[in-house]
Design a protein around this ligand. Structure first.
Ligand SMILES: NC(=O)c1ccc[n+]([C@@H]2O[C@H](COP(=O)([O-])OP(=O)(O)OC[C@H]3O[C@@H](n4cnc5c(N)ncnc54)[C@H](OP(=O)(O)O)[C@@H]3O)[C@@H](O)[C@H]2O)c1
Length: 317
């Protein structure tokens, strides 16, 4: 009798021990297969609505994503800090697709609440089909928390946490009424575990993931799609602290390659890296215990930090 109980206890323990990792492995494997084989395009305009809002849309992923949306016939609202860059970006979008409408708005999300007054009035009469919460801020280079200037800390929190939350609140009720819409939140692979030397950034991205999952649970029954994207490195201005990350490759794509892949997952995957090669990285990373991943992150960022200091030294010479 005792032996039978002990046996079933052991079976149950083994089940719970392997259940998590096995499900995680299969889910990510599915993510890779889907991205490689599923080429059927969704008509975004019909599925979600005619207008898309992209935050942080004059550079990097945001701009590349906006270009993809323009090519897919979506009208655009582009929000970034710099009016000149916005005008230039608007012209680029209209070159891609002269049939769409493009509106621009200069707003600095680091200002927190103040940035939202003009965004609110701009969006009042517009049915937003897709909101791409792309804008984000990383430390200038890998730093210890105590080294981060107070202003930069506030900026990271306001931009990465405040903006995504408030932008979503601005559009979610109209989407709910129409029973149609998509929110795309650009998180980061740094949400998978704490990442030393970009500790604050990684923590804000864990917020983005948690926010996305909670939001989806609240609003999917109203026909709203909530997607969380967690990419690894992409060669953009954000990763300019290391010269190695400015050379694009299969595992460090440029923004165009990334955005083209990511948009193909919209409406098909709730959680994804957005890019097949990053999903392979995710598959490997998630098999490694968290404490080892933290250690690897620390070693990698110490390396990037030295790379940054070397770049600065070269500039001074
Ligand atoms: N690059 C990567 O390796 C990577 C990896 C994982 C996740 N991500 C995430 O992907 C998103 C986009 O990153 P990215 O690499 O494309 O960045 P990026 O190249 O630095 O571009 C950032 C964009 O946001 C705008 N912006 C910056 N600060 C702003 C502010 N305070 N108010 C309004 N607009 C602002 C910038 O335009 P202006 O300067 O003209 O305002 C620019 O258009 C971020 O959320 C980032 O965390 C990036």
């Amino acid at each position: 009798m005792l032996i039978t109980i002990a046996f079933w206890l052991l079976v149950t323990l083994i089940y719970f021990w392997i259940h998590g990792p096995v499900t995680r492995f299969l889910r990510v494997l599915w993510e890779i297969i889907m991205q490689i084989y599923n080429k059927k395009a969704i008509d975004l305009r019909t599925k979600f609505g005619e207008w898309a809002v992209v935050t942080g849309s004059t550079d990097g992923i945001g701009k590349a994503y906006a270009k993809e949306l323009a090519a897919k016939n979506m009208n655009l609202i582009l929000i970034s800090r710099n009016l000149e860059k916005l005008k230039y970006t608007k012209d680029e979008m209209l070159l891609i697709n002269p049939k769409i409408q493009v509106r621009i708005l200069a707003a600095d999300f680091a200002e927190g609440e103040n940035a939202f007054t003009k965004i609110h009035s701009l969006l009042q009469d517009i049915s937003v089909g897709i909101l791409v919460n792309n804008v984000g801020k990383l430390h200038e280079y890998p730093m210890y928390v105590g080294e981060l200037p107070e202003k930069e800390l506030w900026d990271i929190i306001n931009i990465n946490v405040g903006t995504i939350t408030l932008m979503t609140r601005l559009v979610i009720r109209q989407m709910q009424k129409r029973r149609q819409g998509a929110i795309v939140n650009v998180s980061s692979a740094s949400e998978f575990q704490p990442v030393p030397l970009i500790t604050v950034y990684a923590a804000t991205k864990a917020y983005v993931k948690s926010f996305s999952d909670g939001l989806r649970a609240e609003y999917s029954r109203f026909g709203i799609t909530v997607q969380n994207l967690s990419p690894f490195f992409i060669s953009t201005k954000m990763t300019a602290f290391s010269s190695k990350l400015q050379v694009s490759s299969t595992f460090v794509p440029d923004a165009t390659t990334y955005a083209r892949n990511a948009i193909a997952t919209l409406g098909k995957m709730d959680n994804s890296t957005g890019y097949w090669a990053h999903s392979i990285q995710k598959l490997i990373i998630l098999m490694v215990p968290v404490w080892i991943r933290i250690k690897i992150g620390q070693i990698m960022n110490e390396h990037f930090r030295q790379d940054y200091f070397e770049q600065q030294r070269q500039k001074r010479l």
